[in-house]
Design a protein around this ligand. Sequence first.
Ligand code: CTP
Length: 404
Amino acid sequence: MTGFRNKEIVLGITGCIAAYKSAELVRQIIKQDGQVHVVMTESAREFISPLTLQTLSVNPVVMELFSLYEEKEIGHISLAERADLLVVAPATANTIGKIAGGIADDMLSTVISATRAPVLIAPAMNVNMWENPIVQRNITTLKDLGYHFIEPATGDLACGTQGKGRLAEIDDIVDEMITVLSPRDFSGKNVLVTAGPTREPLDPVRFMTNPSSGKMGFAIARAFCRRGGAVTLISGPVSIAPPRNVRFVPVLSARDMADAVDRYFEPSDIIVKTAAVADYRPRSVSDQKIKKQDDSPNLELERTTDILATLGKKKGNRILVGFAAETQDLIVHAQEKLERKNLDMIVANDVGGSETGFAVDVNKVSIITAGGPVDELPVMSKEEVAEHLLDRIARLLETRQLSC
Ligand code: CTP
């Protein structure tokens, strides 16, 4: 899942200073094509105006359990039934206690008790309240019953103290919402993803590299995580933050990447190599900055190890997926790499166009499975490419399991 297309989200807002952040959450849901219905508790209205949320969500904000209009048009049963996901953000200790105790005495707690949709709770409160054993016991009770939680963050709290209790970042709540809505078809699988460029040093201040942004590999790592995989992400230097919940291993050179892949290869079930690894490095690396000369120096290069080809020789039952960055004869070159490196799948990536490939947000790829047809995808976001690729890998896993 790349967003909230065709999804109806009920967003419960409770009375806490972080309630103002819910406006941004509404915006994010809408931006990612979701429908959102806001339900506010009475005390939430002390912190943020229903009009703000109504304007952003383009839907009436629901507040009263016994309002004749609201009950007819968007009553608690209707909301509870139409929701694909119920999110409470921010959730106070009081509301968490009510849900855990089965109390349904206002619109929000009533919708929650009447829904069969998954419920995600994002607590926000003072650190002492968070650490209160009754609150913790309520959270454990709810987790045991299948309610989902996103932990609060640690930092400055509105009451002037420091500690755990801040509402999780909105981007992380959105990520967790998508995770809850995603299939868990990779749960129990160890996944190794490589991403980004490598840097091959020439001297202490110069290196050879390429413009890979890491976005494709990071999107794949994030998608595996959302779909239940245990992900190790090995990446060359990039300027984007790694996805939540992955084991992140930063590296610099092709040699570092080869060592890291070697370290994490054994327990992996699936390996996806999106990294743009340098094929050559300077034969010698100067300890000191190389001074400029009048003549043109010759730069002597040597080959790096082809990490993917090495893995192809020892992959066993693992699923091995490579990327082929090409500027011409895309499919021919990709198919040749698939065979030569003994891969199960290769993603032929057209990096010649100005709108796709390296360092942009969209990509145009064809997915080729060993012995299978060429699946040409239209231009789409890297997140969408990642989802398509995971669907193909899930299908491959299924066929393997069937033939075992
Ligand atoms: N790859 C690798 N180690 C290398 C070079 C490439 O593991 N030293 C991997 C890449 O991560 C990618 C695949 O091999 O999954 C294909 O990379 P690409 O640069 O397209 O092809 P090369 O094999 O380097 O061949 P060429 O540069 O001639 O196209």
